[in-house]
Ligand binder design. Structure first.
Ligand code: ZN
Length: 211
């Protein structure tokens, strides 16, 4: 079964949210320069590259990434292709032929073209999920939703979409690279670093599908 890596590679030129400090991945010891071993340090936001948000990110007493039920993060997943939309609202999702049994949903949009082009600029006009789309996801009893840019909510209105999803304990996965992924049914594995009580954490996310 092929494994499709849908994780962004963490490096110093990865775009970060405006105002966040740039990623610092530094080699502090290097055998190629005569050191006895090679050792690196990473200094970055936990909402780094491909990552997920725990309820704590937007819910004051919400739980952290270490408390997320692992069953939400592993299992069947549907990738929906929405190449021509500027935002994802309830109507967009209603018309997208998403199978009724879907419990994990990844939205592939024009955002993924940035990853295909190795674009290193932060774009504020990315495609995101509108509050009505988030309500639709809640009503369909979806447990995990993913998007191919750094926020499930729009740049100028990040809070409402996050609040709706995270108050309902839906896992929000952000920064996915879906540029090489055909729409359809897969198995998803998407596991965060186990950071205590933390609002978010980087993930290694992969899709698998029998061919
Ligand atoms: Zn986040």
């Amino acid at each position: 079964m092929p494994i499709y890596d849908i994780t962004l590679t963490i490096s110093n030129d990865l775009p970060v949210w405006p105002g966040d400090q740039p990623v610092q991945l530094e080699r502090t010891q290097d055998m190629r320069h005569g050191d006895l071993y090679t050792l690196s340090h990473l200094n970055a936001t936990v909402h780094l590259g491909t990552h997920l948000d725990a309820p704590r990110h937007f819910v004051r007493d919400g739980y952290g990434v270490d408390q997320i039920d692992l069953r939400k993060l592993i299992g069947p997943c549907y990738v929906v292709d929405l190449p021509d939309v500027d935002h994802i609202d309830a109507q967009t999702l209603e018309q997208a032929n998403i199978p009724a049994h879907t419990t994990r949903l990844l939205c592939r949009t024009r955002n993924s073209r940035y990853w295909a082009q190795a674009d290193r600029v932060f774009h504020t006009n990315f495609v995101a999920i509108e509050p009505s789309g988030a309500e639709w996801i809640v009503q369909r009893d979806i447990q995990l939703v993913g998007i191919d840019y750094f926020s499930v909510g729009a740049y100028d209105s990040v809070i409402p979409t996050h609040e709706i999803l995270l108050r309902n304990n839906i896992v929000a996965v952000e920064g996915l690279d879906l540029s090489r992924i055909e729409p359809g049914e897969y198995q998803l594995i998407c596991l965060p670093l186990k950071l205590k009580d933390c609002d978010g954490a980087p993930v290694r996310a992969v899709l698998m599908r029998e061919e």
